[in-house]
Design a protein around this ligand. Structure first.
Ligand SMILES: Nc1ncnc2c1ncn2[C@@H]1O[C@H](COP(=O)(O)OP(=O)(O)OP(=O)(O)O)[C@@H](O)[C@H]1O
Length: 582
């Protein structure tokens, strides 16, 4: 992005009138070609959107937001124009006779300038003098607002120029044409002091030069407004030079023997106006181009943010939220990162009576969508995480929350307790759990048996959903053609993580997973089969579990298994008090 901006900026700078000329010259002399790079469309957009004559954006929304930008140079512009104002006072003082009104206006001007400068500079001056002391910096509200407010900036600008022009006007008005002629004749006839003459033409022209300087000094003021004011000053000068005080200017000294002094005066002002205008145009161009690039950058940033969010959503559909955070935050994609959980409830739910060959993918998709809908209601602390759908089996787990886990990372075989702790803490930061102090605490949290009870409730909700699906989609009363769920649940320690380079897939491993799978494969339709340990937990929650018998589970031999007692509405049956496990 930075390279793109750099390329763009250097390309744009080649188009400045002066630099552009140098480039053209180089091409002519050395035959070199400047290779066009960077974002062509952004550049094209900029050129199409700007009016070269008026230096404004054709899009008024852009123009408005450009003008509303904060002008950090504003206080410096005001300071420089104050110096110029004082310079004008000194210039007129030494070259002309002053009336009282001149000093009154100077005093008003000084007062206004100092007021505005105090408003704009108080914070900077304060931090300059008191930065080392423990005096709090004054609030930046006023100076900041003044800098940001376009109307205020324009008002200050117009006031300064009016003050400057008024100063020249009072000097001129104080000198009537009759008095000027009289002064000149006295000077010639009686050898009177030249300082006694109330009017010095070059002083007026130079004061006008300074005014033109102030006009083009300010940035973030409408370019057209500046030109209108500059034209008014030029016309005012023409009237003074050629009409009202033509006699004085005609006989003033000339810096060019080939032109009449009046024209020399006018050309002087035009030259100054032209130079300042060119400089101002360059600054305006850079400033607008800078704004354009900022806008492009903001757009690209927004796009990048949107893409990032989309990626997060997509990955969030594949991986659990806290794993997404670790992946996105720490860029672990190429490293092994897995979690150890002390107690997770695992469920395998197989949809029976359907075969993809017979009913097609549509039925499977609809049922799984229904199940996912149920899943979306199991959020929060004991959130249920869908692991996968394998064939017609829906696999889910409860207790895979970041606060229950110890995260392990395999970074160059560097794995020790300390790093485990740090990562567990970072996971807790992500999930916002500040109670987490050490892995020991994690283990205690991870041992909560609520996960088993929540998993059982989820299994019952899936059964209800299955029945609803049958009612809505299957016409026949034949139980053999209707979908039925066979569910196995087990709990215990598991490991969870993402392995491999491509197609990140979150999975869980451990005895509890194998056992849950066996509980499903050896179970019965519309029943939830659990091993003894899980049954004991459920019974401690007052859920009636009935001993099924010794069931053969491959790899485990014969193990005692239980069915969770379910009524006709797919509600669990409360345990009879005499059987309750305490
Ligand atoms: N992460 C998992 N996802 C899906 N199924 C799993 C997962 N982990 C284990 N299982 C299933 O649990 C069952 C028992 O696992 P075990 O490791 O005992 O397999 P096995 O001895 O190879 O048995 P089988 O011959 O049935 O595959 C297997 O059927 C296996 O498919």
């Amino acid at each position: 992005m930075r390279t793109m901006i750099h390329n763009g900026m250097s390309q744009e700078s080649n188009r400045f009138p002066i630099i552009g000329f140098v480039q053209q010259y180089k091409r002519l002399v050395f035959g070199s070609h400047v290779r066009e790079r960077g974002s062509e469309s952004a550049k094209q957009h900029f050129y199409e959107n700007i009016s070269w004559l008026f230096m404004w954006y054709k899009n008024w929304r852009w123009e408005f937001s450009y003008m509303q930008q904060s002008d950090i140079l504003h206080k410096y512009s005001v300071l420089v124009s104050y110096i110029v104002f004082c310079g004008t006072v000194i210039l007129l003082y030494f070259n002309m006779k002053q009336a009282n009104i001149f000093w009154e206006l100077s005093a008003i001007g000084n007062f206004l300038f100092l007021l505005i400068l105090a408003m704009l500079w108080y914070r900077k001056v304060w931090s300059f003098f008191f930065a080392t002391m423990f005096i709090p910096k004054p609030r930046k509200k006023l100076s900041d607002k003044a800098q940001k407010n376009f109307k205020f900036r324009t008002l200050v600008y117009v006031t300064i120029i009016l003050l400057q022009i008024a100063l020249i006007c009072v000097e001129l008005l104080d000198c009537s044409q009759f008095q000027v002629i009289n002064d000149i004749m006295e000077t010639h006839a009686y050898g009177a002091d030249i300082n006694e003459i109330c009017f010095t033409p070059w002083a007026i022209t130079h004061a006008m030069d300074l005014t033109i300087g102030i006009i083009f000094l300010f940035t973030h003021i409408s370019y057209v407004l500046k030109w209108i004011i500059a034209l008014v000053v030029l016309i005012f000068h023409i009237i003074v030079v050629f009409v009202v005080y033509d006699f004085m200017f005609e006989y003033s000294t000339s810096s060019n023997p080939y032109f009449l002094p009046q024209y020399v005066h006018f050309m002087e002002l035009c030259r100054v106006a032209w130079i300042f205008h060119i400089m101002n145009r360059e600054i305006e161009f850079i400033s607008r181009m800078d704004f354009n690039w900022k806008h492009e950058l903001r757009k690209k940033k927004d796009n990048a943010k949107f893409t990032n969010e989309t990626i997060s959503i997509l990955i969030g559909n594949i991986l659990p939220a806290h794993i997404v955070n670790i992946y996105m935050k720490d860029h672990l994609a190429s490293e092994l990162c897995y979690e150890e959980y002390q107690n997770v409830a695992v469920m395998f739910a197989t949809i029976r009576n359907y075969d993809t060959e017979q009913v097609g993918m549509r039925v499977l998709n609809e049922i799984i969508c229904d199940f996912d809908e149920v899943l979306s209601t199991y959020q929060g602390f004991n959130k249920i995480e869908k692991i996968k759908v394998a064939n017609w089996t829906y696999m889910a787990a409860c207790g895979l929350s970041s606060t229950n886990s110890i995260i392990k990372r395999n970074r160059s075989n560097l794995e020790n307790k300390e790093s485990d702790f740090k990562l567990a803490a970072s996971a807790s930061e992500i999930s916002g759990n500040s109670e987490l102090q050490a892995p020991v605490a994690l283990r205690e949290v991870g041992l909560s048996n609520d996960v088993v009870f929540v998993m059982m409730r989820f299994a019952l909700d899936l059964m209800k959903k299955m029945r609803q699906f049958n009612e809505e989609n299957i016409q026949s009363d034949d139980k053999r053609t209707q979908g039925a769920l066979r569910i196995g649940i087990a709990n215990g320690p598991v490991m969870a993580g993402v392995v491999g380079l491509y197609k990140p897939f979150y999975d869980i491993w451990g005895n509890a997973v194998n056992l849950a799978s066996r509980m499903d494969s050896t179970g019965l339709e519309n029943c939830i089969q659990v091993p003894e340990e899980t049954a004991n937990i459920l019974m401690s929650y007052d859920v009636q579990c009935t001993f099924r018998g010794m069931t053969f589970a491959k790899g485990l031999d014969y193990i005692p298994t239980y069915f969770v007692e379910i009524d006709d509405d797919f509600q669990f049956v409360q345990q009879r008090t005499d059987e309750a496990v305490t």
